[in-house]
Design a protein around this ligand. Structure first.
Ligand SMILES: Nc1ncnc2c1ncn2[C@@H]1O[C@H](COP(=O)(O)OP(=O)(O)OP(=O)(O)O)[C@@H](O)[C@H]1O
Ligand SMILES: [Mg+2]
Length: 217
């Protein structure tokens, strides 16, 4: 492999991402103490670690797209497991600051075909957004919508600003306080899922807060 081969950078990023995953697990093992200063610092370290992991995942995603390797690895996954794992991560990240609710509609099949890593990345970014903006509650839902699986993260924030809703609907970049890439990644991830001529979608709207919904055929 040539040193300027971008595959080399991708492998390095992958390695860093995995190391940070181990660091995050190590931080999780630090016991809480009867001292808010200690606990707050550990929580901040955990959140930061997860944030950097998310960034490295995005970097790998850009690499894949640039290499035209954006074929998702679609497999059969348990919808229950997926939703519960996301909610566990949300509980761990929010550290009791917010209420995390889960609702899996009885119509939702036990198994759905999707790229679990990509879908998890999109949902965790939505959770990170909700952690930043929600007042008290984040709700994770799985429902059926026109024969598609709809995975929703809703919160009780002020809702998405109008310009973000318009930009995502029209496929154009938006102003943001962060990199402003999270929702655009989520849209690409949704669109990379297709099945029998139908393509996945990211739908955003406001309903007593922000509603982020991945619709997967
Ligand atoms: N749950 C939410 N409630 C209210 N506003 C939101 C919410 N999620 C996102 N937004 C708004 O949408 C913008 C774009 O979100 P997006 O996730 O794409 O980017 P970001 O969070 O700013 O940056 P990044 O995700 O790359 O760190 C945010 O800057 C914020 O203004
Ligand atoms: Mg974000």
């Amino acid at each position: 492999m040539k040193l300027d081969d971008t595959g080399f950078y991708a492998a390095l990023i992958h390695e860093l991402k995995n190391n940070l995953g181990l660091l995050a697990m190590t931080i999780d093992q630090i016991p809480a103490q009867n001292e808010p200063v200690h606990n707050e610092a550990v929580d901040a370290a955990r959140l930061l670690c997860q944030g950097v992991i998310g960034r490295l995942q995005q970097a790998l995603f850009i690499y894949k797209v640039s290499q035209q390797q954006m074929h998702p690895a679609i497999n059969a996954y348990s919808t229950q497991d997926l939703v519960h794992e996301i909610s566990e991560q949300a509980v761990a990240l929010s550290r009791g600051q917010l209420k995390i609710e889960v609702d899996i509609h009885p119509d939702v099949p036990a198994i759905w075909f999707l790229d679990r890593d990509l879908i998890e990345m999109a949902l965790i970014n939505a959770i990170h957004n909700s952690l930043a903006y929600a007042r008290s509650t984040i709700r994770i839902e799985a429902t059926m919508l026109d024969g598609c699986l709809a995975l929703t993260v809703r919160d009780d924030s002020e809702g998405y600003p109008e310009h973000v809703l318009n930009s995502v609907a029209t496929n154009t970049p938006y102003r943001s306080t962060g990199t402003g890439l999270g929702l655009q990644f989520a849209r690409l991830i949704a669109q990379s899922h297709d099945n029998q001529g139908r393509t996945g979608e990211l739908r955003l709207h406001n309903d007593q807060g922000a509603v982020f919904c991945l619709v997967l055929p």
